[in-house]
Design a protein around this ligand. Structure first.
Ligand code: UT7
Length: 394
């Protein structure tokens, strides 16, 4: 049976119009532009106003992506919304489906915190590769400003709101070169947006918990250490799976959490700073939206071109990440990586090359060759080295 591939054929993004600078924040939170900018790289963020909703931001991003792809909303098979902050706990994807007129599409939400977009990309790929769907709209969106404690300066200064979207379509050549996903729930307390356990006595014998969520809590230093340690490792593994090395990467597009994390990951991978996509100075950390918003900007301003190889990685809270041999103090995070290319696959495929770097990668990350990672069990790395085609950029 001929394998079905996938291509990203359009992208879009939408942000609230209200922009709040660090100086403005410091009027009502005990902080400063100097502290925020030097520790995170963030200078301002877009914050949703009362009339804004995740559905409206997501729909606007989706319509832009559909327009770029030249695809009619009625031809969409699936709308996948990666978010931790739905307008409705039963899901917001369905509201977006109705709003954009995607009458034939099924729609559902996917929760994987800041890794949501990359988890969504891999989920969408499964539907396309199995022939189930041909046209998918994947949206990453979050409105975390509604879930932070505006008196907690350790978290409230970090986040911004927004949505980004891509259209993913079946294609003869597959653009998803390789991916690695990890979860580890053992230290879930590092980053939470938890239900409040507020009990309500219905009768003498019946007690229930009233719904509601506590604001975000985060152990920033643990998350930081985790990201800097694990993101380069998983990117290198994914590149290996795709028969590539970091030197092949045209753009490193990580979850936009902290400029220092972006810099540290790039340094460890020996990727030049000018190849790192960064927009957190003006958006802050927009959680599941951060990768597609940055992708959209870089495509529309012409930095990302057909033929380029992109390495994407998300990391964050919620579900869990589990290395093959987790260190005992492994924090609890969610982690995903996808690597995509727009190059002619025949130029990139050299299986012997993959074998030649296997020892180096094993030495660096796995200790020995008995590692059971799917990476090393992959029977034929060539099959992952395929093509991404941005139709609209042709
Ligand atoms: O998207 C999910 C993934 N999340 C992340 O990737 C976040 C990763 N972590 C980080 O980006 C950093 O850890 C932070 C930016 C959150 C914090 O930076 P840090 O350098 O780790 O600072 P810290 O937490 O160690 O705090 C240092 C000091 C503390 O004061 P003391 O105890 O040393 O007196 C804090 O109370 O900075 C203080 N502080 C602030 N000061 C001014 C914390 N937040 C602020 C603030 N303004 N907003």
């Amino acid at each position: 049976m001929e394998r079905v591939g996938l291509a990203i054929t359009g992208c879009g993004a939408a942000s609230p119009t209200q922009s709040v600078s660090n100086d403005e924040l410091s009027d009502f939170v005990e902080t400063s532009d100097e502290w925020i900018a030097s520790r995170t790289g963030i200078r301002s963020r877009r914050l949703a106003m009362p009339g804004d909703s995740l559905a409206s931001l997501g729909a606007a991003a989706a319509l832009q992506a559909l327009e770029m792809a030249g695809l009619d909303a009625e031809d969409v098979d699936l709308i996948l919304l990666a978010t931790s902050t739905p307008d409705d706990l039963f899901g917001t994807a369905g509201v977006i489906q109705a709003s954009i007129g995607a009458k034939q599409a099924i729609a559902f939400d996917l929760t994987a915190a800041c890794s949501g977009f990359v988890f969504g990309l891999v989920t969408a790929a499964q539907y396309i590769r199995t022939g189930t769907f041909k046209n998918i709209v994947l949206i990453g969106g979050d409105i975390l400003s509604r879930w932070v404690n505006w008196d907690d300066r350790r978290t409230c200064v970090l986040f911004g709101d927004g949505a980004g979207a891509v259209v993913i379509q079946a294609h003869t050549v597959d653009g998803l070169l390789g991916f690695q996903l990890r979860s580890d729930g053992s230290q879930n307390a590092c980053l939470n947006l938890k239900i409040i356990e507020d009990s309500q006595e219905m009768s003498e014998d019946v007690v229930v918990i009233k719904g509601g969520f506590s604001p975000i809590t985060m152990n920033g230093q643990e998350v930081y250490k985790f990201a800097v340690r694990k993101v380069p490792e998983i990117i290198e593994k994914s590149l290996f799976q795709a028969s590539l090395t970091a030197s092949d990467v045209d753009w490193l597009l990580l979850h936009q959490a902290n400029q220092r994390i972006l810099d540290a990951v790039a340094t460890r991978l020996k990727i030049a700073p000018e190849k790192v996509v960064s927009n957190l100075a003006t958006y802050g950390n927009t959680s599941a939206a951060s990768i597609p918003i940055a992708l959209n900007e870089a495509v529309r301003d012409g930095r990302i071109q057909p033929g380029h190889i992109l390495a994407l990685a998300g990391f964050g809270a919620g579900l869990t990440w589990s290395p093959d041999r987790p260190p005992k103090s492994s924090p609890t995070f969610n982690f995903a990586i996808g690597v995509v290319t727009m190059k002619d696959p025949r130029q990139a495929i050299v299986q012997n090359f993959a074998k030649s770097i296997a020892d180096e990668v094993c030495d660096r990350w796995c200790g020995d060759r008995s590692d059971k990672s799917p990476l090393f069990l992959s029977p034929n790395p060539i099959k992952y080295s395929l093509n991404l085609f941005l139709k609209s950029l042709d």
